[in-house]
Every structure is written in C-alpha cells, then in structure tokens.
Design a protein around this ligand. Structure first.
Ligand code: HEM
Length: 400
C-alpha cells in the first residue's frame, strides 16, 4: 500500500502524543475521570453504558483539546459521533455498490443508485466541521496564552511561522490528527469496556478472584492506581483475556497489498484488498485452548504473566504500519476503569434454574463490534465499599 506524505505526517504527530514513553502524561486526566465514573455508577447504576461512554469521551476530548465536554450532547461530542457512524457504515467493504463497481464513482449524485454519494458528502462535511471548530478554538486560546496544555497545543507549538510556505499544510495535519483522536478512540474503548461488564455478569468466579487480589494488594481505603498494577497479576491477565475474547474491530481496517504475493499456494496480486482476521487469530485453539471460554489463567504461570503465551495486544490493535497508534492509552484507560469497578462494585445478572447467570451474549456486526445492550445489577460490594464511595463523594463536595 502507498502511504501519502500527509498520512505519514499525521501518523508521526499521533505517535509523538500517544507512544508508550509519553502515555503517563494522561494519568491525571484518567484518574480524575474514573472518580466521576465511580460516583455516577453508584448513583445511577442502570445507566452504566452511558457512564462508560462519558468516561472515555471526557478523557479523550480533555486530552486532545484541554476542554472537558459539557455532556454527551456537547457538539464537541455529537459532531465526531456522526463521523463515527459514517465510518462504521462506509468502512464495511462492499457496503456500497461502488465498492464492487468502481466506475460508479463517476456517476452524478442525482442518478438513481448514487445515493451513497450524498451520504458520503454529508459525512465528509460533518467530519470536516468536527475537526475545524475545536482546533481553531484551542489555537485562538493558545495565541492568547490561555489554552490548557493538551495534544492540540503540543501540535500548535510545533507549527512553523504563519508566513512559512509549509504553514498551511502543517496546520491542517495538526487539526486533522487532533480530530482523529476521538473518532478512533471512543467507540473502540467503549466496546471493550461494555464487554468487561458482560464478562463480569457471565463469569462471577472471575470477578471474585480479581476482587480478592485487589483487596489483598490495595486494601479497602482507596481505589487502585497505576502503581498497583505490577502486583495485580490476575487483573493484568483479565485485561489481556478481555482483549482476546472480544475484539471491537474483528477485521481491523481494510489494508491492500503493496507487492504481488503468494500465500499457501494462492496468488495475491499487488493492490488486492486484504482483511486481517483478528477474531480468528485470537480464537485459534492451537494457541488459546477452549478459545470461547473466558479464562485469564491462560496468561499466568507460577504467579506471573506467562510471556510464552501470545499477548493479544499483538493482534487486537491491528498490524504493520497501520497498527493502532492509540493502543497504549487504550490499555491505560481500560485498566483504570476495570480496576475501579472491581474494587468497589459487584456486577451480576439473575441466575437460571441451574444457578448459572441467565444471560445470552449477543453482539452487533459491522466494522465495529459492540456487545448488545443488556441489563445487569451493579451494587457496592459491602458496607466498607459503600463507605469508600461515600468518601469519594464527600471529597468532591469539599473541593467544590
Ligand atoms: C480497546 C481500544 C482500541 C482498539 C481495540 C483499537 C483497535 C484498532 C484497530 C484494529 C485499528 C486498525 C489497525 C489496522 O488496520 O491494522 C485501529 C486503528 C486506529 N486506532 Fe485504535 N483501537 C483502540 C483504541 C484507540 C485509541 C484510544 C486511539 C487514540 C487515542 C486509537 C487511534 C487509532 C487510529 C488513529 C487508528 C488509525 C491508524 C491508521 O490508519 O494509521 N485507537 N485501532
């Protein structure tokens, strides 16, 4: 596949802001948001899906623009959501006839059968709006010296002088790279987190094991933080197993071959669209025994993470030069959410006549794959945990 110079530059901007070495700078935002999340969950547990969405949305937009959205109906959120919808629809190879009959690209928008053109224009225009306005706002604030440091300000700092011939292109790259963050980050991370609630509902014994470990390592007086992670081996394995068991993007994004190739006797000409079957890789029974089961123990040996078992992060975030550049922050945000829920809440569904959780998981299909909505009960684990939540609420009131 040929990569445009613009794509390469955007990719570099993205990497500079989200690589493994810098990802810690987002810890304060993540830890702050997870407190809001725990409080919202304790007040309105049945809205867990909305709270989860808010958690990721707030982290991603605050990290990118230094501005916390006013809610899920803030235009900072609603505009890129339209882009997400368009991406999900158009990203499925074959979704539109033009994918199979390329000359349809040249028919005018008013022709019968060319409705996809109108849809594409709408999504393109909204995507542009969603990138232009917030970046301009941060740019203006930066020039006035009042912007909160964030991904966008770091990119603005690196822009050439306004009279430089490269300025316009560099501005666009910075604007588009910033605009890409929410679109790529929110739905994928959300999907993994909802799968986590599903797993807790389906596998109470996994929940109990993870809670026991947190109690032993962290105690009952605070929520887990990033310093606890090395000691929380079962929790680390649980997150690995979550990323193996459920893939937000089971077929990644379409790639294409840059050279003619032969694979197991099949000739694959240059320019062929290829899909990486992440789902299959992470459900290969030769690597992961009983792959449909949720079993964090498959990643543990002698009380440590077993590095001989293939780490699912090698596949769930895609491949090669297109590999997800947000993979490190994705894991950080999931860790904070998952460890906090396990620390203070019990998640459950009613039992069937055999005493097993009465739940049949189902998932949406498409480029992005989400668990379908399901009801579960989310309650504080004990009076001690209720007290911890109340202390978080009280601390918030005294800071107000
Ligand atoms: C659990 C969470 C996530 C999962 C499972 C995930 C997975 C993926 C996958 C499978 C791809 C396609 C890679 C390929 O085609 O080979 C991708 C691309 C991408 N992801 Fe993620 N992602 C997640 C979170 C994030 C976050 C938090 C960000 C941003 C901070 C992000 C930014 C991106 C971008 C910008 C691309 C496009 C890369 C390109 O085309 O060059 N992702 N992601």
């Amino acid at each position: 596949m040929r990569y445009s110079p613009m794509w390469r530059k955007q990719r570099r901007e993205f990497h500079a802001n989200f690589n493994q070495a810098v990802v810690e700078i987002y810890h304060p935002i993540i830890l702050d948001e997870r407190i809001g999340f725990v409080k919202a969950l304790s007040s309105h547990p049945s809205d867990y899906s909305e709270h989860t969405k808010t958690y990721f949305t707030n982290i991603v937009i605050t990290a990118t623009y230094g501005i916390k959205p006013k809610g899920l109906d803030d235009p900072l959120v609603t505009k890129p959501n339209v882009t997400n919808d368009g991406f999900s629809i158009a990203g499925r190879t074959g979704a539109f006839l033009v994918d199979l009959v390329p000359w349809l690209t040249y028919v005018p928008e008013w022709m019968p059968g060319a409705g996809w053109k109108k849809a594409a224009r709408y999504f393109r225009e909204t995507a542009l709006e969603s990138r232009v306005a917030p970046f301009k706002l941060v740019y203006d604030r930066y020039k006035q010296g009042i912007a909160t440091p964030c991904v966008a300000t770091r990119m603005i700092e690196n822009l050439p002088e306004a009279n430089d011939p490269n300025y316009e292109e560099a501005y666009k790259i910075a604007q588009d790279s910033s605009g890409q963050v929410y679109v790529a980050a929110s739905d994928t991370s959300f999907s993994s987190a909802i799968a986590f609630f599903l797993v807790l509902s389906m596998y109470p014994e996994v929940q109990k094991r993870a809670q026991k470990e947190i109690d032993e390592v962290v105690g009952y007086a605070r929520l887990p933080d990033f310093n606890d992670r090395p000691q929380l081996v079962y929790l680390q394995a649980l997150i690995m197993e979550l990323l193996r068991w459920h893939q937000p993007g089971p077929l990644a994004i379409a790639h294409s071959t840059s050279e003619d190739d032969v694979y197991e006797g099949y000739f694959i000409p240059k320019g062929t669209i290829v899909m990486g079957n992440i789902w299959h890789i992470l459900h290969d029974p030769e690597i992961y025994l009983d792959p449909l089961d949720f079993n964090p123990d498959r990643f543990i040996k002698d009380g440590k993470i077993n590095r001989e078992v293939t780490d699912p992060t090698e596949a769930v975030f895609g491949f090669g030069r297109r590999i997800c550049p947000g993979r490190y922050i994705a894991v950080e945000t999931l860790y904070a959410l998952i460890s906090s829920v396990l620390a203070v809440f019990d998640v459950s569904v009613p039992k069937d006549e055999n005493g097993k959780p009465d739940i049949k998981p189902s998932f949406s299909t498409g480029l992005l794959c989400h668990p379908d909505p399901f009801e579960c009960s989310i309650t504080p684990r004990s009076d001690r945990h209720k007290e911890l939540i109340q202390n978080l609420l009280a601390a918030d009131l005294s800071n107000a």
